[in-house]
Design a protein around this ligand. Structure first.
Ligand code: SF4
Length: 310
């Protein structure tokens, strides 16, 4: 196996190789909002986005970065042995504030003991010149990754989910970051309303053609108190993913993914009490085992079909 025990280039493998040991991600909430929610770009946000700005497992935003960091670190210590961490600004749009505020927050995280890098989740339309300059500064100082939400390369679906930017904007965002050599991670969601398998594979192809270093494959979650949940109540048939179908789509996506791109995730995460669909995702370890079993049984591995048309 090229990447240890998994048939794909996992984040765990990449981090161990880079830092010589297991590195944990500590998810933080910097108290941001999002221009796709507050009216600067749109109101209400992406239809799937939860009230926590898709930062379900981030720390408590009422606490300081230091306290959030300690809370999460202590929680993780019970499960994993690790002394190295990446501080992950996950909730909402983590470059949507004056650069002075951003710097203060990023510095607080970087000063925590054991932090070897920071990861910043944001939108491709929230990368002003000042922000890029700041990110470039951190890129020279530490291991930096910037995570951008694409979800789909299909702009029709992008409108349906109220994403607030198109795929051209996404391409531009990636280009801006890459001009400064900053590592980019793309978020993709499979199972968005009305998307066909062809659309999803087109998103994989689109991502392969970008200069990105990482990708996160998520399955669509419908969680309570979202716009998508209201749509689902009116028309439950917008949710079509079965466990078997998701695994099949993911297997295909992995085998079409450029083997040099690190796969950060092969499922998403949602709070158990908030999940409406898919209930089969609640047993996460079972799902991960089924995915790995499927890949092995079908001799699928990352990049197997990279050079063929998805
Ligand atoms: S851009 Fe991110 S934080 Fe903003 S609404 Fe969409 S998913 Fe939520």
């Amino acid at each position: 196996m090229l990447w240890g025990d998994k048939p794909y280039y996992s984040l765990d493998y990449f981090l161990k190789k880079t830092f010589g040991e297991k590195v944990m991600k500590i998810t933080l909430d910097g108290g941001f909002t999002c221009p796709n929610r507050d009216g600067k770009i749109a109101f209400g946000g992406c239809t799937f986005c939860s009230s926590r700005g898709s930062g379900e497992f981030a720390g408590n935003r009422l606490k300081s970065i230091h306290d959030q960091f300690l809370d999460q670190k202590n929680m993780m210590k019970k499960k994993w042995k690790s002394n190295k961490y990446i501080a992950y600004f996950q909730a909402y749009t983590n470059t949507y504030a004056p650069v002075e505020y951003l710097k203060k927050l990023y510095d607080e995280a970087l000063n925590e003991e054991g932090v070897v890098g920071i990861s910043i989740g944001t939108r491709p339309d929230c990368l002003s010149d000042d922000v890029i300059k700041l990110l470039s500064y951190y890129n020279n100082k530490t291991f930096l990754t910037v995570e951008l939400g694409l979800q789909t390369s299909n702009d029709h679906t992008g409108k349906l989910i109220n994403r607030g930017h198109d795929s051209k904007c996404f391409e531009k965002g990636v280009k801006k970051l890459r001009e400064h050599n900053i590592n980019v991670v793309t978020h993709v969601i499979f199972g968005l309303p009305y998307e066909t398998e062809k659309d999803m594979m087109e998103t994989v192809r689109f991502s392969n053609n970008l200069d990105i270093q990482g990708i996160k494959y998520h399955l669509l979650y419908i969680v309570k108190n979202t716009k998508l949940y209201s749509e689902y109540l009116k028309n439950p048939s917008i949710y079509t993913l079965t466990k078997e179908k998701y695994i099949e789509i993911l297997g295909k996506a992995i085998s079409y993914t450029n083997p040099n791109i690190v796969i950060h995730r092969i499922t998403g995460d949602a709070k158990r009490e908030d999940i409406v669909e898919p209930l089969w995702s609640i047993k996460k370890w079972e799902l991960l085992n089924s995915i790995h079993h499927y890949l092995n049984e079908n001799n699928l591995y990352q990049g197997k079909f990279f050079n063929t048309n998805a």
